[in-house]
Ligand binder design. Structure first.
Ligand code: UGB
Length: 585
């Protein structure tokens, strides 16, 4: 009865469904016909979008919300009836024969893999003004996280060129917060050397917010013809891959693995992919030794009184209470290794494509959700609206007991390569209990140098965090991605002092008999034949100067680290010909 035009019958039907699902409050305030018609039309289109982007539509969303909110109201533990225990997986020791074998196998398997980066979060805990994949991974070369991931995939593809008939697919899940910025970063930098057709963005959309325990959808306080929305979490990546048809497309193209990773981790996947293939895991998680109560989820075997059993992530805030309630009065504590017996999840997940495609078909791409309302002092209303959320690592929770779910636990040494996330702002990082990782821009960059160096470090306090400062050695992924390759590229007679800085860019650079005390940057314009630099180099190099994170005269991406480099006297060497070179004066 208005000027709403010809409305699609689907939208009218959807409005009826909402009324049937206790959502009449969405329409009660509607003005008489022909007033605010534009707003009403926008509202109907918004509910149409919210309906079509959620597996099972808004009716399913409201139903699940009612169930989860009822459980949360009575304080029901999602793990009720389950007993936690430590599961077994594949433990790898960095650099030993098994590790080397798994890495080599992983590289070969990578020709059948698609890479998926979840990058929809803005990183509220870090509190910087941009998105995290656009931050430099380290400031010696200034390589962005996204650039590093792309260069790693391209390097892998080039190494596999005789086996790879098609490009390795790379998907980035973005959100309203990060989509345009990601697109811009890629376009501005010519996709960092990847074909634009190879990197594709999938945007996750927010879900409707909930106002109360009856799962009434929340209206925007400034616009009564708009539903409030919030992010649904990184678990959306599974439904997006499923609904976009990519899983089918990849399966038909002969791919076997999907490799999920997140925005500021190292991309250390080769060994775990080797383990997936060897052990025929349907799902494999790359895990790291985890300090008790560290703010990362733990891989846990959960056995129910009724016989059900699963190996899955238990979030850090739930693991400790679950253990205490299950006969472990001390909760989550370090064992004799100095780490919790529950390996830490770092959101690097490898599902086997075929079984995962079948499973997601059953759920329409949906994975288990949770709700976390902040209850007001009257003990019934919410402090602010809430919404359902889901985590990508909760995918195994809906798998049948027959699924082979495993994990690959890497050694302490590998943590520096695999898990150096940049999550905490300097102030919060400085408050992290002694001995636990800071997970800050400072510790993230230092960990890269730690992984690449041998010379003894010096200790330094930067932005209130005591860190080890190692020689600043970095290289491009095409120079070396796996341990056995890197080992062949540096001979035994090399020494690089703690104050030094070195960056290697070319693929076929073999460092021989090099003694460096200063700074050396090598560029190679001929990448086919070997270039062998060596000799004894001493110069004033690059100095490191402390910076306070509060000093806004310094660019944000620098001051959040607490240091910056000054190029005093570096040796920059460009090799245009193959051969042996002495870099001595
Ligand atoms: N992300 C999205 O793409 N979309 C979203 O809606 C939200 C995030 P956080 P979180 O491995 O370090 C997880 O916020 O969720 C992306 C695990 O829960 O950094 O607090 C975002 O861009 C935890 O078990 O992590 O914690 C980023 O790339 C633990 O293991 C990624 O999702 C921890 O990660 C993760 O987002 C970890």
């Amino acid at each position: 009865q208005s000027n709403l035009g010809i409305l699609s019958p689907d939208l009218i039907e959807l409005a009826k469904i909402l009324l049937e699902n206790d959502q009449s409050h969405l329409f009660l305030h509607w003005s008489e016909p022909r007033v605010c018609d534009k707003e009403k039309l926008e509202f109907l289109h918004q509910i149409g979008r919210l309906n079509s982007s959620y597996p099972g539509g808004l009716a399913a969303y409201i139903k699940t919300a009612k169930e989860l909110l009822a459980d949360s109201k009575i304080g029901k533990n999602p793990y009720d009836g389950f007993s936690p225990s430590v599961s077994s997986g594949e433990n790898l020791t960095f650099g030993d024969d098994n590790f080397i074998e798994m890495e080599k196998r992983g590289v070969v398997e990578a020709r059948k893999a698609a890479f998926v980066l979840v990058a929809g979060g803005l990183g509220e805990r870090l509190g910087n003004n941009g998105m995290k994949v656009a931050l430099p991974r380290e400031t010696t070369t200034g390589t962005y996280f996204l650039q590093h991931y792309i260069e790693s995939i391209v390097a892998l593809q080039e190494a596999l060129h005789c086996f790879c008939y098609t490009d390795i697919p790379f998907i980035i899940m973005t959100s309203d917060d990060t989509h345009l910025r990601t697109q811009y970063l890629l376009e501005l930098n010519s996709y960092f050397g990847m074909k634009p057709t190879q990197a594709n963005l999938l945007k996750q959309v927010n879900v409707a917010c909930l106002d109360d325990n009856d799962a009434r959808l929340a209206l925007d306080s400034n616009n009564k013809y708009k539903i409030q929305t919030k992010p649904h979490g990184h678990g959306d990546v599974h439904s997006l891959l499923y609904s976009s048809g990519l899983l089918d497309k990849w399966f038909d193209a002969g791919l076997k693995w999907v490799l999920f990773f997140q925005d500021t981790n190292g991309l250390l996947f080769t060994s775990s992919l080797g383990v997936s293939a060897t052990k025929q895991y349907h799902v494999n998680s790359l895990t790291v030794p985890r300090k008790a109560k560290e703010a990362i989820g733990g891989i846990t075997k959960l056995t129910h009184a009724d016989g059900r059993c699963m190996v899955t992530n238990v979030e850090y805030n739930q693991l400790d209470p679950l253990l205490r309630a299950s006969g472990f009065p001390d909760g989550d504590i370090n064992c004799e290794t100095g780490y919790s017996p529950f390996p830490g999840i770092i959101n690097q997940l490898i599902p086997e494509l075929g079984p995962s495609k079948e499973e997601l078909q059953k759920t329409g791409g949906a994975i288990k959700e949770f709700v976390n309302p902040k209850i007001a002092s009257d003990k019934t209303s919410f402090k602010s609206s809430t919404r359902l959320e889901c985590l990508m690592q909760d995918y195994p929770k809906t798998l049948p007991p027959t699924a082979r779910v495993g994990f690959t636990l890497i050694s302490v040494m590998d943590i520096w390569l695999a898990y150096t996330p940049v999550k905490n702002n300097p102030e919060d990082a400085a408050k992290v209990p002694k001995g636990n990782p800071y997970h800050s821009p400072t510790s993230g960059e230092m960990a890269i140098y730690r992984a690449n160096s041998l010379e003894e470090p010096v200790k330094q306090v930067l932005n209130g965090q005591e860190v080890e400062v190692w020689s600043r050695i970095t290289w491009k992924p095409k120079w070396g991605m796996i341990f056995s390759d890197i080992k062949t590229k540096v001979n035994q007679n090399c020494e690089i002092s703690q104050r030094s800085r070195m960056a290697i860019t070319g693929r076929n650079v073999f460092i021989e008999n090099l003694s460096l005390d200063g700074a050396l940057i090598t560029y190679v314009s001929c990448d086919i034949k070997p270039v062998k630099p060596g000799g004894s180099i001493k110069n004033n190099g690059w100095t490191m100067e402390t910076v306070d994170y509060k000093d806004i005269s310094v660019p944000e991406e620098i001051r959040i680290r607490g240091f910056r480099f000054n190029k005093v006297e570096p040796l920059e060497k460009k090799f245009t010909q193959p051969g042996k070179f002495s870099l001595e004066d």
